[in-house]
Design a protein. Structure first.
Length: 134
């Protein structure tokens, strides 16, 4: 029954519920593809990603198997609609709670994007200048 369900705008709430259970997630995982996620509206897109980021098993799938989706999440800097903005911010914060080995190549970009979301500007890299005088 679950294998026949398709990820569409109409089924986003169903997918969000199924992601919450690990065994159900593994059954619907083949439907959670880059192509299908990119067909969703931005609000639906971040709603699914927000649920994926909630559990380590589904967050790993997002981080390790959906690089284009991660890029789209990170490039959403011009999102101003409040609900989409908050879901995106929450998703990034949830992902940053996972160990570095799960975040892998995404850690630096996620940290930078979280900083922009909370401070309104990109992180400035400051050099530490050591004064040799005592």
């Amino acid at each position: 029954l679950l294998k026949g369900i398709r990820l569409t705008a109409d089924t986003v709430p169903v997918f969000r519920n199924l992601i919450s259970d690990e065994s159900s997630f593994h059954l619907i995982q083949p439907e959670i593809t880059t192509e299908k996620l990119q067909r969703l509206s931005y609000l639906e897109f971040v709603a699914v990603l927000n649920k994926l980021s909630q559990f380590q098993y589904s967050a790993r799938y997002l981080l390790q198997n959906l690089p284009q989706i991660m890029n789209k999440l990170l490039q959403g800097g011009n999102v101003i609609e409040p609900e989409s903005f908050q879901l995106r911010k929450d998703t990034i914060e949830k992902l940053l709670a996972y160990p570095d080995e799960d975040l892998s190549v995404w850690k630096e970009a996620l940290v930078g994007e979280q900083y922009k979301l909370t401070h309104g500007a990109p992180m400035k890299i400051q050099s530490l200048v050591h004064d040799g005088t005592i």
